[in-house]
Design a protein around this ligand. Structure first.
Ligand code: TXA
Ligand code: MG
Length: 335
């Protein structure tokens, strides 16, 4: 449940955005760093705040499907079907961009990523901000490039911070994000639909609406920072493990932090003893994992452990989004 909408705070956020300032905003997936998508300087400021390369394209957040044709020059029937099924919600669609959409938004690409988020606070903000000209908000996740994405206002405050110490004019605090991992991205700008990033809208859900296969994008896919091998990463090294690995992992005498299901955690306690500085019990439910994944990564990373040990969830289709983010968190930084 989200807190009731603070209308005064939403008004203030809309005003700062209209004046060209970046504002951290809540969405149902993760917190975003919003800017007026028509304002080049405002958008470029968000790249600077994140330390993100400017050739990485951003998602434009819109109030509803009526804004699709303002930002995309072609809106195929499949985009309409998906918008009907999943908007507002955690699905982003990549379409050929319109004239209006600047290259500073798309990293110079001819396509644009569009999403209509469902969090009631950003819905209120977008309705207030969009006006009759279908204005949109660019919003990458509100974290330093490559770090763990924020799922509550405190994560944003710790990472990017508010002025004068930090770099933001405002963090709109709309509570904890319910989904917890970034939106699913589907590319509809090519010959066939393909998945660019896994999220809460699964392949099976997309295929059920489109009535045809939706494969993962190949390596020639458009640029997406979420596709970098090491991304969404804690500063502390992460190892994914299963029960059979525990004895080998316990060699040595360093401190570890462990996140695992109850039985596996018990086995770890026996093997590591008091070397475990933080233990987090994970449920076996995929939605719970997803919801608290980044929050738990933040906690593990702050625990002071030399290594983070995370039990590998089942390698089945429902777990695609979680396994994808964990794989990138565990990838060596120099990979
Ligand atoms: O859930 C989300 O999508 C969050 C919230 C704030 O809405 N936003 C988010 O933004 O994750 P960001 O910038 O961290 O990730 C957006 C992804 C990037 O991997 C980017 O490269 C990809 O979308 N993307 C954007 N435009 C694209 C395009 N035209 N073609 C292919 N990928 C694109
Ligand atoms: Mg991101």
């Amino acid at each position: 449940m989200y807190p009731p909408i603070d209308t005064a705070a939403v008004e203030r956020a809309a005003r700062i955005l209209s004046e060209g300032g970046p504002v951290a905003i809540p969405t149902e997936t993760v917190y975003g760093l919003a800017a007026d998508a028509d304002n080049r300087d405002a958008v470029l400021k968000t790249f600077a705040v994140k330390g993100r390369p400017t050739n990485h394209p951003l998602i434009v957040h819109i109030a509803g499907p009526e804004a699709l044709s303002a930002w995309a020059c072609v809106v195929p029937e499949e985009a309409r079907l998906l918008a009907k099924a999943f908007w507002p919600g955690p699905l982003t669609m990549v379409l050929p961009k319109s004239e209006r959409c600047g290259g500073f938004v798309t990293g110079g690409q001819a396509s644009v990523a569009l999403r209509c988020p469902s969090h009631p606070w950003i819905q209120a903000l977008l309705k207030r901000f969009a006006g009759s000209t279908f204005k949109g908000l660019t919003a990458p996740s509100a974290n330093t490039f490559g770090k763990i994405s924020p799922t509550c206002a405190a994560h944003v405050a710790e990472d990017l911070g508010v002025k004068p110490e930090g770099s933001l004019d405002m963090i709109l605090d709309g509570g904890r994000c319910e989904v917890g991992v970034e939106s699913t991205i589907i590319n509809l700008s090519g010959e066939r639909p393909e998945i660019l990033r896994h999220g809460a809208v699964t392949r099976a859900m997309l295929e059920a609406v489109l009535g045809r296969p939706v494969p993962d994008a190949g390596s020639d896919a458009p640029r997406a920072s979420g596709r970098l091998k090491s991304h969404y990463a804690p500063g502390t090294p992460v190892t994914l493990f299963s029960a059979k690995d525990i004895a080998a992992l316990a060699a040595g005498n360093d401190k570890v932090a462990v996140m695992a299901t109850a039985d596996v955690l018990d086995a770890c306690k026996k093997a590591f003893g008091n070397r475990i500085v933080l233990e987090l019990v994970m449920s076996r439910e995929e939605a719970d994992w997803q919801h608290s994944l980044y929050e738990n990564l933040h906690r593990l990373d702050k625990s002071g452990a030399a290594r983070l040990l995370i039990e590998q969830p089942p390698q089945t289709p429902e777990w695609a989004a979680v396994n994808d983010r964990l794989g990138r968190a565990a990838a060596a930084k120099d990979a």
